[in-house]
Structures are given as structure tokens and as C-alpha cells.
Design a protein. Structure first.
Length: 332
């Protein structure tokens, strides 16, 4: 059943990512009703006043029990995602959850059960799923510009300054691959157009100072069910004079696609040659993501990415971590 009005959205968690989403939503939909909930009444009131919000909640329980909005947008650290999602789902709130969805698969299962039992909608605010350059590359592959995909090499390195809860092992539940690398896992699967079936990860056996729990750098190698091989190099530690800019490649049987890892440009050298710059007005994919969420909500279409897709990505990360101990390929 279609609905005609914009959904009301309440952010569970008042931090920088809530600010980013609020600004984009307000720009795209000036009439949308945005509310804020926090463990601190001062914080939620501050955000409500600053961003012309509709309602302010001094705790998550009152927000979940309210009938003043339709969607709970969870933007706390991911250690709290499962508990807050279950709370909101039990109160029949639809869910948009920041990445990563949870710390582990058991927390994700609990979340999925609450979503299914209460028949609410749920997706993850994975903006990389909506990055335009990925869709463009997939189009070139489907047009057979480089033949069959053989290898995908995705590189993302930068020496980032990490502080706060991201340095807490209990809050993180993993390392850089889970907290930031999950974006690039999503991108790698999207670029492959296939399902990952097994994975092995390698962590440098070199001592150096780091404040990141578990790992700050990892190379992950993946076998896909279409026969292609993927490699992701992800690091928060490796110095990058270009501040995160890097080169990645897709090697095909009849050509190569070279692209800036974040999507600044794409160059195809194969059956056809083509060089393109991507749309700078929505470089990170946030606008496309929010348009898709709102349009799908109004037309009662499924939200994407689905929880099935998100579970697949979490299984890949979990299996990659497991392989660090087993020293062998792990099934996904």
C-alpha cells in the first residue's frame, strides 16, 4: 500500500553522522519531519533546536514508544545497534541503521529476528551501495567491454587519526575491516556482480605502535561464485600523501578497468576505450541513497541493501577474521 506523505524520522544518537544525514535529508526534502533522541536531554534538545527538528526525546525508550514518527534511524556506535534496533522494532518502528550493522553475527541474528517477528522494514545506511561509479563500472562489464572478470583489486589506504570509542576493543568488536572496511567489502561485492564463497585474510607480522583494537590493516582475498578473484587492501595506518586517493583495477579476459578507488574517475582499456569522471554533486552516494529510501518507503517497495546482503558482508568479515587464526581459506 502506497503512502502519500513523507515519513517522520527520528535519529537515535546525536553525533556527526546524524548531522550529515539530517542536512542531506533536509536539503532533499525541506518538509520532512526530523526528530532526535539521545541518552542526554541536553544533546537531543540541542540538535532539535539547531536543525529545526520536530521532537526531542531524552531517552531511547520514550522515543521508541512514541507514535510521532515512522522510522528510527540508528546512528550510535555499532555496539548499541542491536539493542536499539530490537527496542524500536518491538514498537513497530521501521529501521535504518548506520554501518556496520552490529559487532558480530549473533547480534545481527537477534536484530533480524526482531525485524521479522514485528514485520517492520530494515536497511543499512550503506552509501557505497549507491555510489554512481560502481553502477557505471557494472554497466561497462555487462556490455562486455573487458570480457570475463578475472581479478578485482581494490585498494584503500590512509593514515587516519582514530580516537574515542573506535579505540575500545569492547565497543568495536573488531578492527578497521569491520568498522571502516565494511564499506569496501560492500563495494567489492557490488563490483564483482557475484557472491563471495570463501576468503582468507593476511595481517602484517610486523610490530608497530597502533591504538586500533585487533587490526588497523588487512589484505583480504576472496573467491566469488562466478570464478573471479577479489583482493581488498584496507588500512587506517599506511601513509598516503594523496589523503586516501588510490588506484584500483578490474582485470578482464579482454581488457582492464582502472579507477580511482573512491570513484573520482574510471578508465576502460579493452574492446572499447573510455575515460569518465563521476558526478561530483553526489560523490559519496548519500543523496542517491536517501532518495532511494524515501521513494521506496512511499511506494512500499523493498529497501536496499537488504538484510540478506548485509548478512553476507558480515559473514565475509567474520570469516576473514577467522582465517587469521586458521591460516587457511574459510567458507563464507
Amino acid at each position: 500500500m502506497k503512502v502519500k506523505k513523507l515519513p517522520g524520522i527520528c535519529f537515535f544518537g546525536c553525533g556527526n553522522i546524524a548531522i550529515r544525514h539530517t542536512r542531506i535529508l533536509k536539503k532533499l526534502y525541506p518538509d520532512i519531519e526530523i526528530s532526535f533522541a539521545s541518552r542526554s536531554n541536553i544533546k537531543s534538545k540541542e540538535y532539535t533546536d539547531k536543525f529545526d527538528g520536530k521532537y526531542s526525546f531524552s531517552n531511547y525508550e520514550d522515543a521508541a514508544e512514541s507514535d510521532l514518527f515512522d522510522i528510527a534511524f540508528i546512528t550510535t556506535p555499532h555496539a548499541f545497534h542491536s539493542d536499539l534496533a530490537v527496542l524500536a522494532a518491538k514498537n513497530k518502528k521501521n529501521l535504518i541503521i548506520e554501518k556496520p550493522v552490529t559487532r558480530n553475527l549473533s547480534e545481527l541474528l537477534r536484530l533480524e529476528n526482531a525485524v521479522n517477528q514485528n514485520k517492520v522494514r530494515c536497511t543499512i545506511a550503506e552509501n557505497y551501495y549507491y555510489k554512481s561509479f560502481i553502477q557505471k563500472i557494472r554497466g561497462f562489464i555487462e556490455k562486455n567491454y573487458i570480457g570475463k572478470i578475472l581479478f578485482i583489486e581494490l585498494n584503500k589506504t590512509n593514515k587516519d587519526t582514530i580516537s574515542g570509542w573506535r579505540t575500545d576493543s569492547e565497543m568495536m568488536g573488531g578492527g578497521a575491516l569491520l568498522e571502516g572496511g565494511i564499506h569496501w567489502v560492500n563495494a567489492l561485492i557490488s563490483l564483482s556482480g557475484a557472491n563471495p564463497i570463501e576468503v582468507i585474510a593476511f595481517k602484517p607480522d610486523v610490530h608497530y605502535e597502533t591504538n586500533i583494537p585487533f587490526e588497523d590493516s588487512l589484505t583480504v582475498c576472496i573467491n566469488f561464485d562466478n570464478g573471479a578473484v577479489g583482493k581488498l587492501l584496507h588500512s587506517w595506518r599506511i601513509p598516503n600523501p594523496l589523503k586516501g586517493v588510490g588506484l584500483s583495477k578490474i582485470y578482464g579476459s579482454d581488457g582492464i578497468i582502472t579507477f580511482e578507488s573512491n570513484g573520482l574517475f574510471v578508465y576502460i582499456s579493452g574492446k572499447k576505450k573510455k575515460f569518465i569522471f563521476t558526478n561530483p554533486t553526489d560523490f559519496l552516494g548519500y543523496k542517491a541513497m536517501h532518495r532511494a529510501f524515501i521513494n521506496a518507503y512511499i511506494s512500499n517497495e523493498p529497501w536496499q541493501p537488504s538484510l540478506e546482503r548485509i548478512r553476507l558482508e558480515m559473514k565475509l568479515v567474520t570469516s576473514a577474521y577467522k582465517s587469521l587464526s586458521s591460516k587457511k581459506l574459510e567458507q563464507i
